[in-house]
Design a protein around this ligand. Structure first.
Ligand code: ZN
Length: 178
């Protein structure tokens, strides 16, 4: 809730607020959501117009949950914009009204942030998902494998394997050590 008493019925007046809220309860019901206790950074601008108070702003938040394909835990930052006219009572048909001397942003902010949750969240755009037969997580695609740094302990092993394969083929380009 934000006070608007000082700009009510003063078209042209404007106030800006920035604040952080911690969610008292989880927002969103899907496989990703904004968890209870997670923080929302809200920047909001209140503009007095003839019909009421025009409220606009952005929310920075982070949703968490699991990838819709492979069920890996994921967390992603999002920035959500919102804008709504809070009308003076009786002035206009609207979902939001100026209440006495304040505007209540919770429903507006909540609807905007929950609607921005992805319907089918994925850990990466080309997540291969789970093997339909075994339920095991499929190995990542070649592109993702190159992007991810290889654990040095494994890279030594991989080098040996590469050398083995190269030797089998009779090639020499991977056998720098002799
Ligand atoms: Zn995934």
């Amino acid at each position: 809730m934000l006070p608007v008493r000082d700009i009510v019925r003063k078209p042209g007046e404007m106030r800006e607020h920035s604040f952080t809220v911690a969610l008292a309860e989880q927002w969103g019901e899907g496989i990703v959501s904004y968890e209870a206790g997670s923080k929302l950074d809200v920047d909001v601008r209140l503009e007095s117009v003839h019909e009421g108070i025009l409220v606009s702003g952005t929310v920075d938040a982070e949703y968490a949950g699991v990838c819709g394909r492979c069920l890996t835990d994921i967390a992603r930052p999002v920035e959500v914009e919102f804008q709504e006219l809070f009308a003076y009572p009786g002035e206009e048909e609207t979902d939001f009204e100026v209440q006495d001397d304040h505007v209540d942003l919770e429903t507006l902010v909540r609807d905007a942030t929950v609607l921005s949750l992805p319907f089918q969240p994925v850990c990466q755009p080309d997540c291969p998902g789970l093997d339909p037969n075994t339920g095991e997580r499929l190995t990542v695609s070649a592109g993702a494998e190159q992007a991810a740094p290889i654990d040095p302990r494994w890279s030594a092993l991989q080098q040996i394997t590469d050398q083995g394969r190269a030797a089998e083929r009779g090639a020499t380009e991977n056998t720098e050590e002799s």
